[in-house]
Design a protein around this ligand. Structure first.
Ligand code: NAD
Length: 304
């Protein structure tokens, strides 16, 4: 056992399986007392069971750690609040929350139903909001705390997961808003875009060139939760961890601008001005897609 998180209380959502489970176990091994939240659902969000969260609490206890289960659904305000309330009633404080819970309902945009859109956005994006909202109120009073959201490289866009991609893009903006709004209270907020072998990534219909284990992702999350990261004033960042690779994503910014002189814009003036002055910022995902389509035509399994 290390002591990266000695004395801290950390709540982890989606902590019953995959990356969340690895985060909960690693946090406990580093000295944290852990709230293990998991609704215990299938990859598409069906058939909840409380046994999944309870099993991880038993694993942590068997390894000599301290943990408490919460089997609530993070997509409800009551669920997010309960995770925070259980941290306070069990351990008296809350130093970090890690929102890992997620589901997938894959469909092309032109076929996607409301039942495929709403629960995916509700689990990922609202499920990060409900926990951040309840935790931020406590951390503001404490004048310290760390919020961590889970995004994906897919926030850049996705062929068949527009619901998931939109939610993951929203999580980045939510994390940056939390970083800005809570800065003066000593609370940091960051996002992690992982690539790791889990039941969810087993569904990806291509070979991932760079992929690691949930434990690699857990190590990054433990660091971000620790005083070592807080001393570096790391906030508002998005990190990818994929096997041996660790990367920081760019902050969104205007890449090129131009100013027109004189009279107001019209479509005709824009048609003349825009292509030669500001142009486009090429979309890397579109180039990658073209490569994948070429590989598929040639009979190879595409790489991502
Ligand atoms: N595995 C990867 O390579 C990868 C890549 C990019 C992003 N992610 C993200 O990382 C996170 C973890 O993914 P994973 O691969 O470990 O998935 P996983 O399916 O193994 O685990 C997700 C867990 O979330 C729980 N959950 C689902 N809905 C919930 C709800 N409403 N309330 C509480 N718990 C709920 C599930 O029961 C499950 O135990 C997700 O947000 C996912 O989108 C994973």
């Amino acid at each position: 056992m290390g002591n990266f998180l000695a004395g801290k209380v950390i709540a982890v959502t989606g902590a019953g399986r995959g990356i969340g489970r690895a985060v909960a176990r690693a946090a406990a091994a580093e000295g944290a007392r852990v709230v293990v939240n998991d609704y215990g659902v299938s990859v598409d969000g069906a058939s909840p069971t409380s046994s999944v969260a309870e099993a991880v609490v038993k694993e942590i206890e068997a390894a000599g750690g301290e943990a408490v289960p919460v089997a609530d659904d993070v997509s409800t305000m009551a669920g997010g609040q309960r995770i925070v309330d259980v941290a306070l009633s069990s351990y008296g404080r809350l130093d970090g929350v890690v929102c890992v819970a997620g589901i997938l309902r894959e469909r092309m945009l032109f076929n996607m139903s409301e039942e495929e859109w709403d629960p995916v956005v509700a689990t990922h994006l609202k499920g990060t909001f409900t926990v951040f909202r309840a935790a931020a109120a406590v951390m503001r009073q404490q004048r310290t705390g760390t919020l961590i959201g889970f995004t994906s490289g897919n926030h850049q866009g996705s062929v068949s997961q527009a619901n998931y991609s939109a939610a993951k893009g929203g999580i980045i903006s939510l994390v940056r808003s939390a970083a800005l709004g809570l800065h003066k209270y000593g609370v940091t907020a960051n996002a992690v875009a992982p690539v790791a072998r889990t039941r969810m990534s087993a569904n990806v219909p291509m070979e991932l060139a760079e992929i690691g284990e949930p434990e690699d992702v857990a190590a990054l999350v433990v660091y971000l939760l620790s005083e070592r990261a807080r001393e570096q004033e790391i906030t508002g960042q998005v990190y990818t961890i994929a096997g041996p690779k660790i990367a920081v994503w760019a902050q969104p910014r205007e890449v090129r601008s131009a100013y027109a002189e004189g009279a107001a814009w019209t479509p005709e003036r824009i048609a003349e001005f825009l292509p030669g002055s500001v142009g486009v910022d090429p979309m890397p995902m579109l180039e990658r897609l073209a490569g994948m389509e070429r590989a598929a035509r040639d009979g190879n399994r595409p790489n991502a």
